[in-house]
Design a protein around this ligand. Structure first.
Ligand code: ZN
Length: 195
């Protein structure tokens, strides 16, 4: 029997620990979409896109992707992330964390303004995050979202992503395709009749 590749196992272990940690932190949360899927599906999909579409092999990026919403949306502290996953992963998570003290519109504007100044790792996570969100809004829209609201989200996501370009062509192309599909679907959906 051949010896297992220990560095590979070590990497898988760290990544699985991050998934375990994020699953625990997000355990009571659901996505806003009509299917209200468990929240953890979201960061897992973001990390999977980065690995499988973006072909990114940097473990710290994948770990930060799994953890990307823990500080923003759960009780997780930066100290916990440093202790368990190291400074590099924490720094990337902090880069993609919105300041929830600010009003929503200000936060959204800041994302557009900050995008070009993010590190490559943070840009990659933003790209994948926006792909997953656009696909979710398109395929299982949150209840009560009008066509205008979806349109607004798509436009805003496109602006954020414009600031993240130049780091991963595969993910950028994947975003463009997802956005085109979402806009097409929106255009072909007849307006709802509320009369
Ligand atoms: Zn996210």
């Amino acid at each position: 029997m051949t010896e297992p590749n220990m560095s590979c196992l070590f990497d898988a272990g760290r990544l699985l620990r991050a998934i375990e940690f994020a699953a625990e932190k997000h355990r009571d949360q659901r996505r806003k979409g009509s299917e209200a899927s468990p929240y953890i599906n979201h960061p897992i999909r973001v990390a999977s896109l980065i690995a499988n579409v973006g072909k990114v092999e940097d473990l710290n990026v994948l770990i930060a992707a799994v953890l990307h919403d823990t500080i923003e949306d759960t009780q997780t502290t930066p100290e916990e992330l440093v202790r368990l996953f190291g400074t590099t992963a924490l720094e990337v998570v902090l880069e993609v964390t919105d300041d929830k003290v600010l009003p929503k519109q200000v936060r959204k504007q800041r994302q557009v303004e900050h995008a070009p100044h993010l590190s490559t790792s943070a840009k990659v996570i933003k790209l994948a995050d926006k792909i997953v969100n656009i696909q979710d809004i398109c395929n299982q829209p949150p209840s009560g979202w009008t066509a205008e609201r979806k349109q607004e989200y798509f436009d805003w996501a496109a602006n954020v992503v414009d600031g993240c370009r130049g780091v991963n062509t595969r993910l950028e192309n994947h975003f463009d395709q997802a956005l085109m599909d979402a806009r097409k679907k929106l255009a072909s959906t007849p307006p709802q009749d509320f009369s």
